[in-house]
Design a protein around this ligand. Structure first.
Ligand SMILES: NC(=O)c1ccc[n+]([C@@H]2O[C@H](COP(=O)([O-])OP(=O)(O)OC[C@H]3O[C@@H](n4cnc5c(N)ncnc54)[C@H](OP(=O)(O)O)[C@@H]3O)[C@@H](O)[C@H]2O)c1
Length: 248
């Protein structure tokens, strides 16, 4: 971990507490593993107790599992109490809940798909940001990040609901960046809210399952994880309100 001081929003040398929100999948395992390897205390949260426990086991030492439905505000408030009690106040939240739904075009975009996307991509993000905003803003190395999609570059009819949900999540995250700017008066909070943009995520299991596929322009979950770790060693002035492209 960097030994840089807090001036200018650079990270402190103390171990940080980082919550991976939506940590049960390959991306969550990779991100939690990399954060723990960088010396951070990691809480990883998923909606299913067995899946998040297994994900934490795969991520290795220094990663603690917490079962929580991040779409339910009261549950996220309880999560904050549990994580703070176990690991200390949260310095960073990495939001990984998303989901994907597509259709043929505009007319067949369904309400079910919108409800699913709103819950996963927007509601969970609103909840974790509302509950953890003050903790992140108070940290000398506070960081919030979400993962968005290159599909927003040229919204396609077939993914109208998906890109609309992701755009809402991006806009909320930009509003958080403004919140961090305002949090400490004229000097600003050293915290940062950042959007990481990928085309698609890949991992070794996916490559093994499709040995003939090439996955052009995709981002390996280990590269996403490395980018997340770098958030905590990069001055917040370079990160707050930034949209960082990880795709080719
Ligand atoms: N995968 C891609 O190709 C791709 C492309 C562009 C952008 N992204 C973005 O990158 C991020 C990570 O992608 P991903 O595909 O790894 O994510 P994901 O599978 O959509 O979500 C990650 C984990 O979140 C958990 N989760 C879902 N709902 C939850 C809830 N209500 N409360 C708590 N946990 C919940 C799920 O585990 P449980 O069901 O066990 O809780 C899931 O394993 C997402 O924001 C996604 O939109 C991904």
């Amino acid at each position: 971990m960097s030994s840089a001081g807090p001036a200018g929003g650079a990270p402190s040398a103390r171990p940080l507490t980082v919550l991976v929100a939506g940590g049960s999948g390959a991306s969550g395992i990779a991100v939690a593993r990399a954060l723990a390897a960088a010396g951070h205390r990691v809480a990883t949260a998923g909606s299913d107790q067995a899946r998040i426990t297994e994900a934490a086991r795969k991520a290795g030492d220094g990663v603690s599992p917490f079962a929580c439905d991040l779409a339910v505000l009261a549950d996220v408030r309880r999560l904050r109490d549990d994580v703070t009690g176990a690991l200390g106040a949260v310095d960073g939240v990495i939001h990984l809940v998303g989901g994907w739904r597509g259709a043929k075009g505009i007319a067949d975009q369904s309400d079910d798909d919108w409800d699913f996307l709103e819950r996963g991509a927007i509601t969970t993000l609103r909840n974790v940001s509302r509950v953890f905003f003050d903790d992140i803003a108070a940290s000398t190395s506070g960081r919030f990040a979400m993962v968005s999609s290159t599909a927003l570059d040229q919204p396609a009819a077939a993914v109208a609901s998906y890109v609309a949900a992701k755009a809402a999540a991006e806009t909320w995250t930009m509003a958080m960046a403004d919140g961090f700017r305002q949090a400490s008066g004229s000097s600003g909070s050293p915290a940062a809210a950042t959007i990481l943009v990928v085309k698609a995520l890949v991992d070794d299991d996916l490559r093994r399952a499709h040995p003939q596929r090439k996955f052009p322009g995709t981002t390996d979950v280990t590269d996403l994880a490395a980018a997340v770790v770098r958030l905590f060693t990069t001055p917040s002035a370079e990160l707050n309100g930034a949209r960082l492209r990880l795709a080719d």
